[in-house]
Design a protein around this ligand. Sequence first.
Ligand SMILES: *Cc1c(COP(=O)(O)O)cnc(C)c1O
Length: 260
Amino acid sequence: MTDYAPAHTVEDFRRNLATVQARIDAAAQAAGRDPVGVRLLPVSKTVEVDRLRNAVTAGCTWFGENKVQEAKRKHAELSAVETIRSAHDAPGAGVKWSVIGHLQTNKAKDVASIADEFQALDSLRIAEALDRRLQLLGRGLDVFVQVNTSGEESKFGLPPGEVPAFIRELAPLSSLRVRGLMTLAALSSDTDRVRGCFTLLRDLRDRVRDDDPELLGPGELSMGMSGDFELAIAEGSTCVRVGQAVFGARATPDTHYWPN
Ligand SMILES: *Cc1c(COP(=O)(O)O)cnc(C)c1O
């Protein structure tokens, strides 16, 4: 896939966002679902703040970032404008950040202070570190538990079999609001294999919910990226994390984010 149209200007972003949204709507309708039930999370990794301002003007209110450092820097750069101009005409002020990549314990502090959502929770140590910081700050945080549905070593996330027990262990950590499950499908041209990852996540969600409806909150499914979001929507995705189809092709290879 190299045909992702790059977006720099506000007009570029309006066009790409409209195209992606139309594809989301069509995929939802084809699956007999209400498109309102699928949220588009624009993934802005490697894209600099001058372009993000244009994306905000075009209607983006959330950005997903894989690396905490990068999220922290952009959060600061976008909020800096707020102090100079009124929040009204400062594109970027009031934007929300979703951290969607694997976290080291020493970065929990940064996520607790800048993120509005964390989608890659896969260890109790991280959960406890986040909860400690959040309690100090008096904040809550929406979290998704990341599941390794592809069985690939390179992918982060818990093995599916460990998820039910893990979610029960999160219950006492009161600053963490569990919203559902997240996964990265296999990077494969074999549609059945990709679909298998998505159905596995959905079945797991259903199973956890059957056992205890309280544990998974609304039971969201964050699955689907630029290359596979229509398939993910067909299998029940409620949040698609789309980078390249919104911002244009990325030079940084994916192995930088989920190393082999
Ligand atoms: C980069 C990234 C995405 C988006 O990938 P695209 O191919 O740019 O759509 C989704 N999820 C995670 C965890 C990512 O790091």
